[in-house]
Design a protein around this ligand. Structure first.
Ligand code: AVJ
Length: 316
């Protein structure tokens, strides 16, 4: 697909998904649409918040254990990273790895991806880097990656797996498993179940950045799909659902109202919500179960002293 056709397909998918989501009994918007340019910037702001422990906890584990991880991965490995973004996490790992064979980052945002490629290429001139642009949940984008000899490791940090329901997570790891051979690896990070106060504070921060991040989706619909959302008539809500082991993010309608999107009308009762994101939490046991169910054998894991967060290395 050329860039213009791709852009058109992306707009159509957004329109289709938003209309379908707002027509559902429980109104829902797919969380991947939170990450447009403004949303990605807000998410970066979230990552630096005191209340949002995930990013710094993960960074701390990487900082302390990067050599052990590189050793577990082994020599001459091709590192494949779905949702790589600015590739900031892969860079120190590639530096610590023994003669990495290649780096294949995948992301929906070409600008960020190609800027990152240039940065890493400068610092590691001998490393072959082949970025692919697209949605990593779609098998098509994986077919764009070049064939490589030798072992491969899929690198999936950031607790991105948390955005997927257990069923979706199984099919995503199944898709990863389809890309690798026996003995190849998966380095997977996930946020762990913990005190609900800590969890809820991370998604309802006192700086209101997560609120802005959530509401940005309504701004985006107004802009791109001719929407009439009155942003102030919705509130940000985030709560930990103990049985589903996930933080759910919603936008709550503060009054009865009708909103137009793409010329269609949607009715909101007072208190009705749009479910915008899930952030699933794992225990070491449920994470290992997920890995096993998709054909990966857990080899080793690393965690912080509070066991807030875990990074697993598993092999197919
Ligand atoms: C990008 C999925 C890891 O679930 O913690 C953060 C997204 N949403 N605050 C997470 C998010 C609101 C984040 N992940």
């Amino acid at each position: 697909m050329n860039m213009a056709a791709q852009g058109f397909a992306v707009v159509q998918a957004f329109e289709h998904d938003v209309l379908a989501g707002l027509n559902a009994a429980q109104k829902t918007l797919p969380c991947k649409y939170l990450y447009d340019e403004a949303g990605s910037r807000l998410f970066e702001e979230i990552c630096a918040l005191e209340d949002y422990y995930l990013t710094r906890t993960e960074a701390d584990i990487f900082a302390r254990k990067i050599d052990a991880m590189a050793q577990a991965l082994g020599p001459d490995v091709t590192l494949i990273e779905p949702g790589a973004g600015n590739c900031a996490k892969a860079e120190p790992l590639l530096q610590a790895m023994y003669t990495p064979a290649a780096y294949l980052p995948l992301d929906i945002s070409p600008e960020i991806l190609f800027a990152a490629r240039q940065r890493i290429q400068q610092r590691m001139p001998g490393l072959p880097i082949s970025p692919a642009v697209g949605d990593f949940t779609s098998p098509a984008v994986w077919r764009e990656l070049p064939e490589t000899a030798g072992r491969k490791v899929v690198f999936f940090p950031g607790s991105t797996i948390g955005n997927f329901t257990p069923e979706q997570a199984r099919s995503l790891l199944g898709l990863f498993a389809d890309q690798v051979q026996t003995g190849d690896g998966l380095l997977l990070a996930a946020d762990l179940v913990k005190d609900s106060v800590v969890l809820e504070r991370a998604y309802h921060d006192s700086n209101h950045v997560t609120e802005a991040f959530n509401k940005n989706l309504l701004h985006r619909i107004n802009r791109e799909l001719d929407g009439s959302f009155n942003i102030d008539a919705f509130a940000h809500r985030a709560f930990y659902h103990r049985l589903r082991r996930r933080v759910e993010m919603h936008l709550v309608s503060l009054k009865e109202q009708v909103v137009e999107v793409c010329g269609r009308q949607f009715h909101f009762a007072e208190g009705e919500t749009i479910h915008t994101e899930n952030s699933h939490k794992y225990t070491l046991a449920t994470l290992e179960e997920l890995l096993h169910s998709t054909g990966f054998q857990p080899q080793q894991y690393w965690t912080d002293h509070q066991q807030h967060y875990a990074i697993y290395y598993a092999e197919a």
